[in-house]
Ligand binder design. Structure first.
Ligand SMILES: Cc1ncc(COP(=O)(O)O)c(C=O)c1O
Length: 408
């Protein structure tokens, strides 16, 4: 009997999606570490702080008290109530329980939002530099990312004209992320209102406001999109989570507020995939949202000090690296145009930001993410959410490695 040759393949849906580039750098760093090399990672998008003790204890008590079973798909009534309170208290948004959802990270909400609303060929406007996953999520959902790259001199903030010029009959989403990962860009109330004026003219257009870095603001004030223009409520999904604010990346708990029909669709997708987010993480997240917030001021000041220290050391790498002080989030987005065309001590040419990132990890023992991963080259993203000593050492090693680059 002859057997037919195997013909196994992945779906077309996956043919255009790429794995997370930030993950690839972390992976290379882990490999070098496992070979005994010392690598300082500036590539991680997470705080080095521990989840605060009151949140840890709430979770442990939650387990003991029996919060170990399935909950409602979109979160327990207790967590939903805490999310409703949070939006009202911090953002002046009056969502009801049927207009909020909790999920396994903000990432799950963003992914499901694309899956729930995008038909093949639909477009989503994404502002570069952008968080790596937006474009891939849009593609996996069958849509087309439309990348807009605002001027660096405006800190990469999209203008109303830029937005208007990229809207087509197929545009479904404007994805806004402020404070932005990786640029730290923060929009003022007036800037958000001016964007809403354009959005208002397009009945199919929705806005995804990814507010996940809202508490990490050093200069300026955070305003959520709907807060700036309340009439945008019916077409905006306001996404947030406990990962970045409360040092809870591993707990996998995100939440969102939006129109009830969309929240219902997100619940439907969750009900057929992951069901509720971890019951224990829900208890912890409710404690985080309802608990004391004062420690966030202390964390922010520690981060501000790290940002300023890193910037002052990295000035030593100018003009190979030029960096604008970010007003928010915990990343430096360094322009590395000055390093392109140089040679390493081994004679290898630095032609791209990825070449420079590879050189820095191999020679300086510092892992950073090339701007290419965020849709803008030549840049490097350096996360400064790690201990002062390690951050200082990493920046000094970058400066020393840059000093070894030569021009022909
Ligand atoms: C801009 C942005 N949105 C969303 C997320 C995902 O957060 P979560 O851990 O809640 O899935 C991240 C994580 O890096 C992020 O940087």
């Amino acid at each position: 009997m002859t057997t037919a040759p195997l013909d196994l393949r992945l779906s077309d849906r996956l043919s255009t999606a790429s794995p997370s580039a930030t993950g690839a750098v972390s992976e290379l760093a882990r490999r070098l570490v496992s070979q005994g090399r010392s690598v300082i990672s500036l590539s991680e998008g997470e705080l080095d702080f521990d989840t605060p003790a009151h949140i840890q204890h709430a979770a442990i008590k939650g387990i003991v008290d029996g919060h170990t079973r399935y909950t409602g798909v979109g979160g327990s009534p207790a967590l939903k109530a805490a999310v409703v309170r949070k939006f009202a208290r911090d953002n002046g948004l009056d969502y009801t329980a049927s207009e909020v959802i909790a999920a396994t990270g903000a990432k799950q909400i963003l992914f499901n939002a694309m899956l729930a609303t995008i038909n093949p060929g639909d477009e989503a406007i994404i502002v570069a530099p952008y968080w790596v996953s937006y474009s891939e999520m849009v593609k996996i959902a069958g849509g087309e990312p439309v990348i807009v790259t605002p001027d660096a001199s405006r800190n990469f903030k999209i203008t109303p004209d830029e937005l208007a010029s990229r809207i087509t009959p197929r545009t479904r989403w404007l994805i806004l992320n402020a404070p932005c990962n990786p640029s730290g860009a923060l929009y003022t109330r007036d800037e958000l209102r001016a964007l809403a004026d354009i959005v208002r003219q397009h009945p199919r257009l929705m806005v995804l406001s990814d507010d996940i870095y809202e508490k990490i603001v050093y200069e300026g004030e955070f305003i959520s999109f709907v807060q700036a223009s309340p009439d945008m409520r019916e077409r905006t999904l306001t996404v947030n989570g406990v990962s970045k604010t409360y040092a809870m990346t591993g707990w996998r708990l995100g939440y969102a507020g939006g129109p009830a029909w969309l929240i219902k669709a997100l619940e439907l997708l969750q009900s057929q995939s992951t069901s509720n987010p971890s019951s224990v993480s829900q208890v912890a997240a409710a404690a985080a949202l309802d608990g004391p917030q004062e420690f966030l001021d202390v964390w922010r000041e520690r981060l501000r000090a790290r940002r300023d220290m890193a910037l002052s050391i990295l000035q030593g790498a100018a003009p190979l690296l030029t960096i604008t002080r970010p007003p928010a989030a915990f990343y430096l987005f360094a322009n590395c145009a000055g390093a392109i065309g140089t040679r390493t001590p081994k004679g290898e040419r630095i032609s791209t930001d990825s070449d420079l990132a590879r050189y820095l990890i191999e020679e300086a023992g510092v892992a950073v993410v090339p701007g290419t991963a965020f849709g803008l080259a030549p840049y490097l993203r350096l996360a400064f959410a790690l201990s002062d000593e390690r951050l200082k050492l990493a920046c000094e090693q970058i400066v020393a490695a840059c000093a070894l680059l030569t021009r022909d």
